[in-house]
Design a protein around this ligand. Structure first.
Ligand SMILES: *Cc1c(COP(=O)(O)O)cnc(C)c1O
Ligand SMILES: [Zn+2]
Length: 420
């Protein structure tokens, strides 16, 4: 059994509060979507890095060891987690067959498609937000979601007896809907797309104080995403690959990857070697890639249309920060077509035995594009972050995979079918 004692080195004294990056006001932690002083959305959790630098070391800085809570000193929760204790600590795979196929020296896959309990990177962010919601004493918890956040909220809330409601758009895949209902969550489908569902949810959360993990608890939620980068660094012996390719939709993961790399440097846990970050969008939903490539920060919203439903956010609130963040790392943002996404899913599955959902196919496809165009040199280390599991949503590859060979109940037919 995994360690579940409270004897771990969590020191909430490192949390300084929530800071508005626009007017520089810092306030105590509270559920809010925007700055109470100037109204700018997206308060940033701040920590006392100089105290942290004294208080932690590479080897024994945190327990429990086998989950994302290993990095609790860099997360915004003050109490021992009450749900999601086993989230994170996903494999970092040295993908030799895939590297060979792409003609590169070294390629790793950070495989959050096997994150516990609901098989996507969203378990990290949701676990962080729900534990904070419990600290705030909320009696229910909700989210707006393209599917994976909904699954994670439903499961992690059920595990602690908290009623959950999840708001999803039309067109959410059946597998993801079932993956919320089964836990007993109230599933609410909006007749509209994600951006419509998001606008409605934001209004009720802001005007009525209703707890949504990714609206008025968003500052806490997004912090959980940093643990993907901390884990990669620790799994490589406290260093990062030169190139890290991530999917990009609402931009939580990319923005928090930028923050996490900066924190690891500030804390002296990794050296100052450049780490370039890349964001993968789908051509059917590429508002951030479009802005990046036009050399502007302003995001022009689009109406999404892609097989990668997890990436189908046409009006990403944090898009501007993603453009700036990726630019600051000297990285790149681009989009791939649905056919490239499907090819990417098949490549991950056939070369590495990883069945990723379409977002993983997009990340894979962008990586190939960046290598083929020379943006990523073939002799430099690369990591791909695979964020979701294909078993939930096999729809995109249907019709693009081998047929099932049906035979009579006959040994000779079986031998013939095997080809021996
Ligand atoms: C949410 C999600 C993304 C996009 O992440 P953002 O943080 O919104 O950019 C990518 N892949 C999967 C599987 C997701 O669920
Ligand atoms: Zn402010």
């Amino acid at each position: 059994m995994q360690e579940t004692t409270k004897e771990y080195l969590h020191e909430p004294k490192y949390i300084l509060g929530m800071t508005c990056l626009s007017c520089d006001t810092t306030v105590e932690e509270q559920p809010t979507y925007s700055c109470t002083h100037c109204g700018t959305p997206g308060l940033e959790i701040t920590y006392d890095y100089s105290a942290l630098r004294q208080g932690i070391s590479r080897n024994d800085w945190l327990k429990p060891t086998n989950s994302m809570w290993r990095y609790a000193n860099l997360l915004p929760c003050r109490e021992f987690p009450k749900t999601g204790l086993f989230v994170g600590a996903t494999p970092l795979i040295n993908a030799r067959r895939l590297a060979n196929e792409l003609g590169v020296d070294s390629l790793y896959i950070k495989d959050d498609s096997v994150n516990y309990p609901t098989l996507s990177y969203k378990d990290r962010v949701v676990a962080t937000a729900i534990n904070k919601a419990l600290e705030f004493n909320f009696q229910a918890i909700g989210c707006v979601s393209t599917g994976n956040v909904a699954n994670s909220v439903s499961a992690l809330a059920a595990a602690v007896g908290l009623p959950a409601f999840v708001v999803i758009p039309e067109g959410t895949e059946e597998g993801k809907i079932i993956g919320s209902i089964v836990y007993g969550a109230q599933v609410i489908k909006v007749r509209g797309n994600y951006d419509d569902a998001n606008r409605l949810s934001r209004e009720v959360s802001q005007n009525h104080g209703i707890p949504f993990v990714n609206i008025n608890l968003r500052s806490y939620y997004s912090e959980g995403a940093k643990t993907v980068i901390y884990e990669i660094a620790e799994q490589l012996g406290w260093r990062l690959p030169r190139h890290i390719v991530l999917p990009l939709a609402g931009a939580t993961l990319v923005n928090k990857a930028v923050k996490a790399v900066g924190e690891l440097r500030k804390l002296g846990l990794i050296d100052d070697n450049p780490v370039r970050l890349y964001g993968a969008q789908a051509t059917g939903s590429a508002p951030i890639a479009t802005a990046f490539q036009a050399g502007v920060d302003e995001i022009t919203p689009v109406t999404p249309n892609t097989v990668a439903r997890s990436l189908a956010i046409g009006n990403p609130g944090d898009g501007k920060a993603a453009v700036r963040g990726i630019r600051s790392t000297d990285g790149y943002i681009s989009a791939v077509s649905d056919l490239e996404i499907i090819a990417g899913m098949k490549l991950l599955a056939s070369r590495e035995g990883i069945f990723a959902e379409a977002a993983g196919g997009a990340t894979m496809a962008l990586t190939k594009q960046l290598i083929d165009t020379g943006i990523i040199p073939k002799d430099e280390e690369i990591a791909i972050v695979v964020t979701g599991n294909g078993y939930k949503t096999p729809e995109p590859v249907m019709g693009h995979i081998r047929f099932v060979r049906e035979i009579d109940n006959d040994v000779n037919e079986l031998l013939r079918a095997i080809g021996m």
